[in-house]
Ligand binder design. Structure first.
Ligand code: ADP
Ligand code: MG
Length: 407
């Protein structure tokens, strides 16, 4: 474990930033300059151009380097070697690839970020590495899982919106939230948020023990809102089943580093599906208001109950619900009757709104604040999320980790 981390007199946090980039310097000054608790020191110039850098008394060091330049990486390596018990170092780079990631991991940087770095992400990362050194303090996420009863019912749409609601559920700031697309074959989360998918399970599979916090960071995509997303590039023609150990290890890692985790599940039942469902705090089955849709939802509720026993109770959401007077379509009463006590909510149909949000890669609330879909989800998600999180923080029983839930 690294020691030598300190706060300057008066309990202030001292952030030392090494950079040669005027734009980055400016954004760091704007980010940290306004805070009375943070003493910011900028050391200007390329890393490779100096033989000694004074970081005494720093709480965190942010090293901005040209990762494509080997001299810069070598300079950081020397710098890290000189301060084995020094403060945690966050590397910031503009170019990024697997080889650079590996070099940075070997140097034992505390974390790394890729430019452009959002202010909120930099602050959060500094706070995290300053507080949680090598033996990272683990949290236990609240897990929300969305399971499709029929194709195209809206699992991805509802999972994305739920993740956004959870992210913004604390009025004092963003809550660490991760959306995980487990639909490896037809995943759409990254597309819906206009992000580059970065998860490469094939790379982890041969040596799952390599999967740690830093490798996880390489495989995360970051949305401008602050939401973290784990999604793999789609392989529509490939029906691959990954080793359940790799999947559950990934999920354990995610759930110990975020406050909220949202899973977008595929329709196919894989060997790791039971563990994901068992580890969930809320389990939603998404269907549509058609007779076959309700039938499939009911069958899935029964199958899940049978498999999970005393585990989380499946709750059915009927999405794209259009309430029309005098129409022959299914009414809410019919749905309640068909599904029984597992029915939890109808989410209204608004195709124009959903399509615009997807096309722009933004949450529904940004397209139309106060829209009915978000309001309905808020009722469903936030009331219980807040209550539950509060209870767990007060020392409630910890739930087993996902890999332990496996039978
Ligand atoms: N509440 C809704 N109102 C209108 N259209 C919706 C709604 N939810 C989802 N959609 C649309 O339904 C289609 C399928 O949604 P998606 O979330 O991709 O489903 P799934 O992940 O279950 O396949 C998309 O075109 C999406 O825009
Ligand atoms: Mg989907």
């Amino acid at each position: 474990m690294r020691s030598g981390r300190s706060t300057s007199p008066g309990g202030h946090t001292r952030v030392v930033v090494l950079t040669a980039d005027d734009g980055f310097e400016q954004s760091v000054r704007t980010t940290f300059g306004a805070s009375a608790q943070i003493d910011l020191e900028i050391v200007k110039g390329a890393l490779s151009g100096r033989d000694s850098i004074a970081v005494d008394g720093a709480t965190v060091v942010v090293a901005d380097l040209e990762a494509g330049d080997d001299a810069e990486l070598a300079a950081l390596e020397r710098f890290m070697a000189r301060i084995p018990h020094g403060p945690p170092v966050i590397a910031v780079t503009s170019a990024f690839d697997g080889a650079v990631a590996r070099r940075l991991m070997q140097m034992r940087v505390a974390d790394f970020l890729v430019k452009p770095v959002a202010a909120v992400e930099l602050v959060r990362t500094c706070a995290r590495v300053a507080k949680a050194p090598a033996n990272t303090e683990l949290t236990e996420a609240q897990i929300f899982t969305f399971l499709p009863a029929v194709g195209g019912a809206g699992v991805t749409t509802l999972a994305v919106q739920t993740a956004m609601l959870l992210l913004n559920s604390n009025p004092r700031g963003k809550t660490a939230t991760c959306l995980v697309d487990l639909d490896f074959q037809h995943g759409a989360c990254a597309d819906y948020l206009d992000l580059e998918p970065r998860l490469n399970l094939g790379e982890i599979e041969p040596r799952p023990e390599r999967l740690d916090r830093q490798l996880l960071e390489v495989m995360l995509s970051h949305h401008a809102s602050g939401l973290a997303v784990i999604a793999a590039p789609n392989r529509p023609a490939e029906m691959r089943s990954f080793d359940p150990d790799v999947v559950t290890r990934l999920l354990d890692l995610v759930s110990s580093h975020f406050d909220f985790v949202v899973f977008d599940m595929p329709r196919t039942w894989f060997s790791w599906t039971d563990s994901v469902l068992l580890g969930s705090n809320r389990l939603f089955i998404v269907s549509e208001a058609t007779v076959p849709g309700l039938r499939q939802a009911k069958q899935l509720v029964e199958a899940v109950r049978e498999r999970l026993g005393d585990g989380p109770k499946p709750q059915v959401i009927v999405n794209r619900f259009a309430h029309k007077l005098f129409s022959s379509g299914l009414r809410r009463g019919d749905i309640e009757q068909a599904i029984g006590e597992a029915f939890v909510a109808c989410v209204p149909n608004d195709y124009a709104l959903v399509r615009e949000a997807i096309d722009r890669g933004v949450p529904l609330d940004e397209v139309k604040p106060g829209n009915k879909i978000t309001l309905q989800l808020k009722n469903l998600i936030l009331t219980q999320a807040a209550g539950k999180a509060g209870k767990e923080m007060a020392g409630g029983a910890r739930k087993p980790r996902l890999s332990w839930a496996r039978s």
